[in-house]
Ligand binder design. Structure first.
Ligand code: SF4
Length: 327
């Protein structure tokens, strides 16, 4: 049999249009690039609408690291905003200061926002906290993802608020959600198990949404390739310290053996959270005395962490730098 005939045989046609398929989405459904992209756009739009994530006239800040998930998210929300109109988008990139890594992802973020014509703001750890992540972590690299995650969240919230955004969209996909759930259980972090920032009515929160939470990581990557926005980027040098990496390996293994594992984990977790959330772990109701952000107590987690990392700087010293971080 000729090679071309063999490859035609291996490549099933799209279930909808008969063009060559690029992906199998269900055991009996194969899709070509056009119908695959359309199915992702339709599923994300449905997620946004069913969960009431974005309303007309909203200003939506998109957390854009420049990696594949956040790039796909910005592209999808740009499409969504074009169709709906009356939705204002901007992208916020946090530069933690990780040498040899973050520079590349920032370039990718700048390319994408330039192509889409979306307003783009970059906020650096150095400008706000006076130190890069690399400096914060000297001799305590094992704390990398905790420090990075807590401080990045604080800056995203602050910048989104400063820009009058009403919503903050992050690129967490279904795999990220499943990993976070597993990690919370492994760490015994019941407070996080019960919390849901997207439903918070706390006035100092910019409401967080996760429009990709029903899409698998693999699907997000394929969508990025189909749309020509996927870029191979270096891995963060601190990734090896992350518990998330171990959670990812475990879940990928289970997903391969028992397809649907991650989706079931996420759905089951949401049901449990609804039952225990308000009863045992109320949302934080205090205002941080240092930065003005949400807190459980006198100071938020980020300001307490910064004080531990830079003991010579009292939390109060942070007020001017955080509140007047560069426009
Ligand atoms: Fe930050 Fe950890 Fe991700 Fe690196 S791997 S960007 S340190 S959260």
């Amino acid at each position: 049999m000729a090679d071309s005939e063999q490859s035609r045989e291996k490549q099933p046609p799209c279930t909808i249009c008969n063009r060559p398929a690029i992906v199998r989405v269900h055991p009996d459904t194969h899709l070509c690039s056009i119908h695959f992209a359309a199915s992702i756009e339709e599923r994300v739009t449905r997620t946004i609408d069913e969960e009431g994530m974005i309303r007309d006239q909203e200003r939506v800040a998109v957390a854009l690291s420049g990696g594949k998930d956040s790039s796909a998210l910005l592209s999808l929300l740009h499409e969504f905003a074009e169709n709906r109109g009356e939705i204002d988008l901007l992208a916020i990139t946090i530069d933690e200061g990780v040498s040899g890594y973050r520079e590349e992802t920032i370039k990718a973020a700048e390319r994408l926002t330039g192509t889409l014509g979306v307003e783009h703001r970059i906020v650096t750890f150095r400008d706000v906290y006076g130190h890069d992540l690399d400096e914060f972590l000297r001799s305590r690299e094992e704390m990398a993802c905790t420090v990075c995650g807590v401080l990045r969240k604080q800056l995203l919230q602050m910048e989104a608020k400063r820009c009058d955004s009403t919503v903050l969209a992050t690129g967490h996909c279904q795999d990220d959600e499943a990993q976070s759930i597993l990690m919370n259980y492994l760490k015994g972090d019941t407070g996080r198990i019960a919390r849901d920032a997207s439903k918070s009515g706390h006035p100092v929160f910019v409401r967080r949404i996760k429009p990709l939470s029903r899409i698998q990581e693999r699907e997000v990557a394929i969508y990025g390739m189909v749309k020509g926005i996927y870029t191979e980027l270096p891995e963060c040098p601190y990734a090896g310290y992350a518990l998330r990496g171990e959670a990812r390996k475990m879940l990928n293994f289970l997903e391969l053996r028992y397809p649907g594992t991650m989706e079931k984990l996420v759905i089951g977790y949401r049901e449990v959270r609804e039952r225990v959330r308000v009863l045992n772990h109320p949302e934080p109701v205090d205002i941080c005395e240092s930065c003005g952000g949400p807190a459980s107590g006198s100071h938020c987690r980020a300001c307490i962490l910064v004080q531990r990392l830079v003991p010579c700087r009292l939390p109060d010293d942070l007020i001017p730098s955080i509140r007047s971080a560069p426009e």
